[in-house]
Structure formats: C-alpha cells, structure tokens
Ligand binder design. Structure first.
Ligand SMILES: [Zn+2]
Ligand SMILES: [Zn+2]
Length: 347
C-alpha cells in the first residue's frame, strides 16, 4: 500500500476535508494514474451525504477521473506509461456472468464495482478520484484522445457516457426527433451528443433562462416546461426523450409527447418511485425505460466520437479548497455546466 493526498468526507454531515488515503500496490494487470482533474457529479454529493443509503467513512468520492499513466503492472498490454487515461463510474466486474461476457459489464449480474464506496473483488473499499493517484485494473481504464482538453475530458466519464449510451441504443440520428429534459451537467452533454449524431434536438427546461446556451450546444428548439402550452404544442412529437432530471416529473404529460413507438428514457434518479399511467403507454405504443452509464467499450467509443467531432463539456475549474462551496452551488443548480477539480492543487 502507499499513501496519497485526497479530499474525503468524514461523515454524512461534515464538510469535506484534505486528508490522505491508501492505494493498493500495483498488481500485474493494474495501472497507476497520476490524476490531473476530477469532475464533481451530483451522485458524489448524494453519496457522501448518505442520500442513497449508508456508506463507509471517511470516503473519497469522484468518478470522472483523468490523468496520465505513470506506472504499469508486468502483464498490462492495453496501456503504457505516458498515456492519457480516464476512469469512470466502475473499476471492476465479475467478468463471468452473461452480461459481462457480452461486454455489458455495467449491468454485471453480481454488481459492477463502483469507483468509490464499492467493495472491490479483493474485499477493499474503493476510493474515488478526488485524490492525486488511483490504481485501476487496465480493463477499466479508458484512452483519452489528445485532442480533448484534459479538464473537459473528466465529465465525459460519467455525464458523457450516461447520455451517449441511451442516445446510441435508441438510434438518435438523422430524421429522429430527440428531446432532452433538463439542461444541467447531463442534459448539456445529451444536447451536444444528440445534435452531433444528426438528430433534431429540443430542450425541455423549466424556464427559458438557458435558451441561448441550449441553442449554442446544438438544440434547434427550446421550450419552458413551466408553460402548460408546451405540452399541447409538442404532443406526439418525439422519437426519444432523455430525462436527466432527478426530481419527479408528471409522467402522463411527458409520455404524451412521444410519437408512435417513441421511448422516454430516464437517466436522472429521483429517490422516490415515479407513478406511470399505463394508458399513456397504450397510445402510440410508447415505452418507458432506464439506462445506466455504459460499457467500457462504449465509453471508449463515446470519447473517440466526441474527439472526432470536437465536442466537450462546459466546465468550471476549481481548486481543492473550493469543493465544499461547489457542492452548495451544484445543489442550487448554479453551475454551467460541470465543476472540475484541478488536482494539482492537492499535491
Ligand atoms: Zn456521476
Ligand atoms: Zn458480471
């Protein structure tokens, strides 16, 4: 084991503090990444505050990690010292179940190993990316193309793949009308990616406050969901709706926006169940679905797709000392569109 600088939550109710954590010695298939930037995802905040259940403290979160590989184990073949590398929401899986065998390890039937607050296959508790270094099995490490700015690459590892995967799965592309609900960290990436795929994109946001941004990101239309006329005007319109909002929505109203065989996919995670009126599904043979991050292969595909098309998240870079303030601003939706921690400030 070796000790590295980190930011950790001492408990569910205290601010995050600077500390040190242990990383495992490199195994034969491990790589050591010197972390340069770590994104702040809303899930980090839910997790440290215990909103999604009890977690082990002290806990270091962060699952949008980019840096440079500084050491590799003896049997590593996919990565080399000096490579730019990324790590997202998972760092391992069982590799044997039927989902793992077909390359859908994010849906591992034994549960994928989360990047933080998870229990790895060796029994240790995983610690996330708000730290100077991380040791990860090479199969769960992404190649980050040189053309993507370092700090902008970080949010792609969660926000990017979480929206890319359902857009790709449900065939967003030319001739398809896609709506994105919510223009936050996830939503702004969904708009950029769907537009780059060739779909006609509409943003559905509470107000028109971020309309200029939404159109700049590639949306053709922008509607306020506070205005009931929106749901009349857009009835039976969309092939695909990506819902990025973590609060309950009125399912009947949103399902009513889907045209024949349309699908509403939720990637936001409200803590309480959403009541689905079944009659709203009968009309137009509609579907309601969920989607969780993406596979490692698909995450690589997303990074390469974004690099080719020059797409990157909008980020606000902060120092380690500003993380607690950033959490409050995320909770107040006061970020355009993702905070990224400059890990050099932790060294
Ligand atoms: Zn996340
Ligand atoms: Zn598995």
């Amino acid at each position: 084991m070796f000790t590295v600088n980190a930011i950790a939550a001492p408990s569910a109710t205290e601010p995050l503090v600077r500390t040190t954590i242990e990383r495992r010695d490199l195994g034969p298939r491990d790589v050591l990444i010197e972390i340069r930037y770590a994104g702040i995802c809303h899930s980090d905040i839910h997790t440290v505050r215990g909103d999604w259940g009890s977690v082990p403290y002290p806990l270091t979160v962060g699952h949008e990690i980019v840096g440079r590989i500084t050491e590799v184990g003896a049997d590593v073949t996919r990565h080399a010292v000096g490579d730019r590398a990324g790590v997202g929401c998972m760092v391992n899986s069982c590799r044997e179940c039927e989902n793992c065998r077909i390359g859908n390890e994010q849906y591992c039937l034994k549960g994928n190993t989360q990047t933080y607050a998870g229990v790895d296959r060796d029994g240790t508790v995983t610690q996330g990316g708000y730290s100077t270094h991380v040791v990860v099995d090479e199969d769960f490490v992404l190649r980050v193309p040189e053309s993507i700015p370092y700090e902008a690459a970080a949010p792609m590892l969660c926000a990017g793949i979480t929206t890319y995967s359902p857009l790709a799965h449900w065939n967003a592309g030319p001739g398809k009308k896609v709506a994105v609900v919510g223009l936050g960290g996830l939503g702004h990436m969904a708009v950029k990616i769907a537009a780059a795929m060739g779909a006609e994109v509409t943003v559905l946001s509470q107000t028109l406050g971020k309309k200029d941004d939404g159109l700049r990101f590639g949306a053709e239309h922008y509607y306020a969901t506070k205005d009931p006329a929106t749901f009349e005007a857009l009835k039976n319109s969309f092939d695909l709706i990506i819902n990025t909002v973590s609060a309950p929505i009125d399912m009947a109203s949103y399902l009513g926006l889907l045209r024949l065989d349309g699908t509403l996919v939720s990637v936001g995670a409200p803590p309480e169940p959403l009541p689905v009126p079944v009659f709203a599904l009968f009309g137009n043979r509609r579907s309601f679905a969920g989607s969780s991050i993406g596979s490692i292969a698909e995450t690589q595909e997303m990074l390469d797709f974004c690099a080719e098309r020059g797409i990157a998240p909008e980020v606000e870079v902060i120092g380690a000392e500003a993380v607690n303030d950033a959490y409050e601003r995320v909770l107040a939706s006061d970020v355009r569109y993702r905070f990224v921690i400059d890990i050099d400030t932790l060294r």
